[in-house]
Design a protein around this ligand. Structure first.
Ligand code: CMX
Ligand code: CO
Length: 140
């Protein structure tokens, strides 16, 4: 089952400046930063709240680390802004993806990849989801 908004992914040019904006403007001070070379991003997870299932919701700020990354390509075309949404699963993320694929939505990865903070992630094609790039997240 999809149980929460795990995070909203926001593409930015300057991660440190964008983190500072969210900290100073809204007071989001719980920040985890990591680099995910496979995804081609340096990213910050800003914790917003705990949810009913004991997990949390985050804003994920994404700065590209290389020009051929998906986020660099998206920024060049669209500029900064909301890049994707991510739903949290309460069970195995591949099982969720298989169920959604059976309904005719393309799943982008054959098997889950590593996401933020040790999570397992996969993506659904935006063209099959009314224009929204959608990620599924199984927290570590
Ligand atoms: N949201 C909505 N639509 C999007 C999109 C997005 N983020 N990215 C691309 N599209 C649309 C484009 O607008 C384009 O539509 P048109 O043909 O109508 O112009 C179409 O999808 C194809 O776009 P593209 O620029 O040619 O991009 P690609 O097909 O090369 O890549 C995608 C698109 C979704 C396959 C790729 O972005 C991807 O694999 N994403 C998953 C991985 C990812 O996003 N990683 C970064 C985040 C990591 C994390 O969250 O941890
Ligand atoms: Co994400």
């Amino acid at each position: 089952m999809l149980t929460r908004i795990d995070h909203i992914g926001i593409a930015c040019h300057d991660l440190d400046a964008t983190v500072a904006f969210y900290r100073e403007t809204y007071g989001f001070t719980d920040v985890h930063i990591e680099v995910n070379e496979e995804q081609g991003v340096r990213e910050a997870m800003l914790k917003i709240n705990e949810t009913g299932d004991g997990a949390a919701s985050y804003l994920q700020l994404l700065e590209p680390t290389r020009e051929d990354s998906t986020v660099a390509k998206w920024l060049a075309k669209n500029g900064e802004g909301v890049h994707h949404i991510a739903f949290g699963t309460d069970g195995d993320v591949q099982d969720e993806a298989d169920g959604i694929a059976a309904k005719g939505v393309r799943v982008l990865y054959d098997s889950p990849r590593r996401g933020s903070m040790g999570s397992r992630i996969t993506f659904l094609h935006p063209k099959d989801a009314h224009g929204v790039l959608t990620e599924l997240v199984q927290k570590a």
